[in-house]
Ligand binder design. Structure first.
Ligand SMILES: *[C@@H]1O[C@H](CO)[C@@H](O)[C@H](O)[C@H]1NC(C)=O
Ligand SMILES: [Ca+2]
Length: 215
């Protein structure tokens, strides 16, 4: 196992999910791409509450337990959506800042394993036909608390047609010296993007599915 960088006051939760991996890094963040602080609404790790199956994170949403799983993919949006289906899920929306932070941290963990410093995570969202706004497609996520736009986003840049999908940008601390398009982004920032493009080239899906009932 490659040592994990960064992570986590979320240690308890992740330790449950990945019992054979340890976090041991003191990697320092620079100013520009520093990781967002864990939100203050960090979830309690009450052992009496139901948990999602192995390989899935557990989020206790007001509307019920929601399970979240990330993986690397070679796919564009439609393919990533189908890939979630093979796990029994759908591309997930983001309910709150805790989930956004979780997805960003896990995306960074999975890409850093391959020494990759930037990845784009397909989310379960589509642009409304009749206006510029987006809706969550997973049938569970509500509201806009989970959205934090990257600089200048959403811009619906029409270079390749309308940007009807959303991706979350995951930048590792080592990305600081990259002068590319995403240099102004912070890990976990979201942008509207073309569903058929793969940029950044390293892609991930974020799947969601309903978890066990609370009682
Ligand atoms: C955009 O369109 C959707 C679907 O018709 C609608 O539900 C939503 O309220 C609209 N949003 C705005 C900001 O007008
Ligand atoms: Ca955009």
């Amino acid at each position: 196992m490659k040592p994990l960088l960064l992570l986590l006051p979320l240690g308890a939760v992740l330790a449950l999910e990945f019992p054979d991996e340890s976090s041991e890094s003191d990697e320092h963040n620079d100013g520009q791409t520093s990781q967002p602080n864990p939100p203050t609404d960090v979830q309690s790790d009450n052992p009496n509450r139901p948990k999602c199956p192995q390989h899935w994170f557990t989020s206790y949403r007001p509307q019920g337990v929601w399970c979240i799983r990330l993986g690397l993919t070679t796919m564009e949006y439609q393919g990533a959506k189908a890939e979630c289906g093979t796990y029994g899920g759908v591309l997930t929306g983001i309910q709150n800042s805790w989930e956004r932070w979780l997805i960003a941290q896990e995306a960074v963990r999975q890409t850093l394993y391959y020494n990759i410093h930037i990845g784009g995570v397909w989310l379960g969202a589509q642009r409304n036909f009749n206006n510029e706004s987006f809706y969550w497609t997973d049938g569970h996520t509500t509201g806009t608390e989970g959205i934090k736009w990257g600089p200048g986003q959403p811009d619906n840049d029409r270079t390749n047609g309308p940007e009807n999908c959303l991706q979350l940008i995951a930048l590792s601390p080592g990305y600081w010296n990259n002068p590319g398009k995403y240099s102004g982004f912070r890990t976990g920032d979201i942008e509207d993007y073309w569903c058929h493009k793969k940029e950044p080239a390293t892609r991930l899906f974020a799947c969601g599915m309903k978890g066990p009932p609370e009682n």
